[in-house]
Write a new protein. Sequence first.
Length: 263
Amino acid sequence: MGGVPSIPTDPSRKLHVIGAGYSRTGTVTMQLALEKLLDGPVMHGGTHILSREDAFTKKWVAAYQAKRAGDGPRTRKLIRELMAGYVGCTDMPPLNFLPELMDVYPDARVVLVTRDPERWLDSIRPIARNTSLWWLPYAMWPVPGWRWFPALTVEFGKSGREILDVAPGVKPGLTSRLLTDWNDKVKEMVPKDKLLVMDLKEGWQPLCDFLGVPVPDEPFPRANDSAAAEKTAKDVAKSLLLVWAGMFSVAGIVAFGAWRCLL
């Protein structure tokens, strides 16, 4: 999470690059880099699902449900609608739809960012804890734009298990193996001539060579995903507190008014 949501203004633009790196592998940095190289809006899932309207997040939930039901035509239709105007994408939910994205956009190229698995594990653990709180769906439901987020996090988990072939009823746990298994799965799904595997430490050169574009005359972006995610979590908590405080205040005023009417 983090970054700034890039809202498309030209729905005719097509998806050129799919960022297949798992969450917490520098997905915000890749968003910024692709926006520079492709000169267009790039969807960073972790940012957009907390910054867009209810209909946007709800449609992602519908896409997951269509995919699980085996309804390929509907899944692809929803993906086409959700990605209209974006020139690139990173993070979840898009990376859970890698086969569908490659089907809808056959000319798109895929970038898989690698990272040390143990450092990745330390980075993603706080996110996993924050999104699995039992009370989160109830707290978010009254907030426009957020009420479908808890349902979406459930879909993240279900889809991840299906992609990684985790047997029903098995609890794989959050380990560094998840990242290496995910990377191996991406390499299986994507043709070699359309896949770039890179480390962000390599900077512009491999990405520019892969996309056939000149290297920008500026430093490679370095977004602090951990700090951005922490700030997002605090902002969400603060907003939820204000919304619920307002609701209780209104309820109190209404109750007091009703009581006065009875006097």
